[in-house]
Design a protein around this ligand. Structure first.
Ligand SMILES: Nc1ncnc2c1ncn2[C@@H]1O[C@H](COP(=O)(O)OP(=O)(O)O)[C@@H](O)[C@H]1O
Ligand SMILES: Cc1cn([C@H]2C[C@H](O)[C@@H](COP(=O)(O)OP(=O)(O)O)O2)c(=O)[nH]c1=O
Length: 239
């Protein structure tokens, strides 16, 4: 098994398809911080500038991964799931998503925006689930197969506000999913865990304050994205 795991390339862009890669940008953070909203704003902004954009989400993004999502988020089936099983299921869904959607889109030169990726597993299963970091890291290497995001935007917001926004978003009869139901203390611990990832990986991650109005948050995100877009487009001026 160890040999198999070692056969998987270390994380890092060198494992990415060569040539005219697109940009891979992931959005992370707790419930209701505004990930879906900001992905839509950024996708529109990039499309207006003529960039081909592929938007996706996790868990999901392929028929198989969406089936796994249904299992993972279905309250009835999950009470007995332990964090290790969850992490394995998220990794299986991610592997399919990376191979079937993300890597091919990047190889076509598309900009890929994904709502949650590997950092959510590190936080929700690793930290909240108290899993062995080596186990989480091994699963991550197998699942992403070297396809590391060029940029991860971590939207930072106090849990009370995020949960209130998530409640406002939810139709009256849609119950919270089980990850949303946990205590504010658990959500706060996740917020700290996302911040710790950003501090440990400053080249990849940027923390963005999600408390302002959507447009203000969008401008802050664009300030991080625009230089990468310019560099990836051969230095063309991107305003
Ligand atoms: N900056 C913001 N200020 C106020 N409400 C927001 C903001 N961004 C998003 N919302 C609203 O909060 C809810 C959750 O936003 P969403 O983008 O779905 O968050 P996430 O994808 O992180 O769960 C939605 O109803 C959305 O319209
Ligand atoms: C991708 C991923 C998501 N999750 C959790 C976080 C979310 O609560 C849930 C995804 O459901 P979703 O409805 O997409 O929530 P959100 O809008 O907050 O992204 O799955 C993990 O626990 N691990 C993971 O690796």
């Amino acid at each position: 098994m160890d040999t198999l795991l070692n056969a998987v390339p270390e994380t890092g862009r060198k494992a990415r398809a060569h040539g005219h890669d697109g940009l891979f940008i992931t959005f992370e953070g707790g419930e209701g911080v505004g990930k879906s909203t900001q992905i839509r704003l950024l996708a529109d902004r990039l499309a207006e500038r003529g960039h081909a954009v592929r938007v996706s989400r996790e868990p999901g993004g392929t028929p198989g991964a969406e089936a796994v999502r249904h299992v993972l988020l279905d309250e009835a089936a999950l009470e007995s799931f332990g964090p290790a099983l969850e992490a394995l299921l998220f990794a299986a869904a991610r592997s399919d998503h990376v191979e079937q959607v993300i890597r091919p889109a990047l190889a076509r030169g598309e900009t890929v925006l994904v709502d949650r990726f590997m950092d959510s597993t590190r936080v929700y299963q690793g930290v909240s689930g108290d899993l062995d970091p080596g186990f989480v890291a091994a699963l991550e290497r197998v699942a992403i197969h070297g396809t590391v995001p060029d940029l991860t935007i971590i939207l930072d917001l106090d849990p009370e506000t995020g949960l209130a926004r998530a409640d406002a978003r939810r139709a009256e009869n849609t119950a919270q999913d089980r990850f949303e139901k946990e205590t504010v203390a658990v959500h706060e611990a996740r917020r700290k865990a996302f911040r710790a990832i950003a501090e440990a990986e400053p080249d990849r991650c940027r923390i963005v304050d999600a408390a302002g109005d959507p447009e203000t948050v969008g401008e802050a995100i664009w300030a991080h994205v625009a230089p990468l877009v310019a560099a990836n487009s051969g230095g063309a001026n991107v305003s």
